[in-house]
Design a protein around this ligand. Structure first.
Ligand SMILES: Nc1ncnc2c1ncn2[C@@H]1O[C@H](COP(=O)(O)OP(=O)(O)OP(=O)(O)O)[C@@H](O)[C@H]1O
Length: 148
């Protein structure tokens, strides 16, 4: 399987801090549609969060985002969609978590709508493109190798 078949997901600190009892349920929900290839729990330093979100530097929410993402443990995951006909997992995972903004996410059935509490504390991350996924997988799982 090519590396571009995977996506990088993150369960953000708001879940581990305030909704940790939901983690097993969240992981089972994810596994209904996706294979979890890698999973770990860690806490980012401020510098690592700044690096991970460097594309957002200068935006009004950047400092809030970096502070939030480094304030507690997170769970990064390497996922691929179970649907064998699907050539990319980027969009399926982003559709599964739903819109960035809380109010829009609450209008539909999606993970962010269920667990997100604000535009920043939106509970989940999903890579935005195949290049981003490759870079983000390397960031958290430098030894990850695809199946083929
Ligand atoms: N307008 C905003 N106000 C507050 N926080 C925001 C806003 N826009 C984005 N963020 C935060 O920055 C993160 C990265 O923003 P981005 O525009 O890449 O959204 P996304 O692609 O939906 O999210 P992610 O990259 O985490 O999957 C968002 O997930 C959210 O936590």
């Amino acid at each position: 399987m090519s590396l571009t078949r995977y996506t990088l997901a993150i369960i953000k600190p708001d879940i581990l801090e305030k909704q940790s009892k939901s983690i097993e349920k969240i992981l089972s929900t994810i596994q209904e549609k996706f294979i979890i290839h890698e999973k770990k729990q860690l806490q980012l330093t401020i510098e690592q969060a700044e690096q991970f979100y460097s594309d957002h530097r200068g935006k009004f929410f950047y400092e809030r985002l970096v502070c939030f993402m480094s304030r507690g443990p997170i769970i990064p995951l390497v996922l691929s969609e179970k649907n064998v006909n699907s050539s990319s997992s980027i969009k399926p995972w982003r559709d599964f978590i739903g819109p960035t903004h809380r109010d829009k996410a609450r209008e539909i059935n999606c993970l962010r709508g269920q667990f997100g509490t604000s535009d920043t504390k939106n509970a989940f991350h999903g890579s935005g493109s195949e290049k981003e996924a490759v870079d983000e997988i390397k960031f958290f799982f430098p030894d990850f190798k695809s199946d083929l």
